[in-house]
Ligand binder design. Sequence first.
Ligand code: NCD
Length: 308
Amino acid sequence: MEYTNANILSSKQFDSRSLEQLFKVAKELEPIAQKKLPSDLLRGKVLASVFLEPSTRTRFSFETAMNRLGGRVVTIADLHQSSLTKGETLQDMAHTISFFSDVTVMRHPQAFSVSVFSEGSLVPVINAGDGSNEHPTQAIADIYTLHKEKGSIDGLTIAFLGDLKYSRVVHSLSSLLCHFSVKFIFVSPQALRMPESERQFLHEKGVYFEETENLEDAIKKSEAIYVTRIQRERFENQDEYERLYGVYIISKSLIERCNSDVLIMSPLPRCGEITQDTDQLDGACYFRQVSNGVSVRMALLSLVLGKI
Ligand code: NCD
């Protein structure tokens, strides 16, 4: 994949070489992300940050990445502040924003809407989460973290648990991990199984996976677990959400009993599925994922803008 001027819409567009390139740049930029060095790399460039769905980490991560590389940010963080509420199309909105920015990052509640938006854009568009479909930059941050924590990704068994139906990060991360030699265990209630399209994709890529409802077994067999919250906002029926909420809870005692070496990952936010005392474990790396997210987004912005 060629980065300069590319839209970043899906994990499925990456190959091993482009991932390696991205991680190399992210490592170089890490001292800037960690506030140890100043930088002017993106001076004169403007990021449009368009978040039409709630966000704390992803939005600040992109905006911080741009600011710390010397660029600037313009932002819309509320659907109701945008002209979409007047009936403007996503393509027209994108076309308009292109005159103000050099790169646009967008989050939207509907699946595939960021792709539609990118059709109207004259500048590169990065998907920061489109409904329950994908969240490629979180997946990149997660793989970068996994590599840092474990030294290598090949040979790992990774359990994904919780809401595998609606978690866009799980869809992006499992696809991206196909470039490594990994095994997956999908732990969810039947109603929140990994979607057929994603399972099909993994079959085609020849990735081994199993599905289970047994959390403890999965923890015992894995080197890393990826914990997701039940995505309340995606449920049409809130009673169904209430029924499924709390189905899997990770706690310090559960991890110590099943596998004290396991790496515990989550895109956050946590909404009860990881207890506070879990944070005391060395393997709890969800806040390190947040920190790594800035380095990889710095790398992505620099590559897409052709500055590296
Ligand atoms: C995730 C998201 O928005 O999809 N959060 C994030 O970007 N770090 C996960 C979630 O909301 O559950």
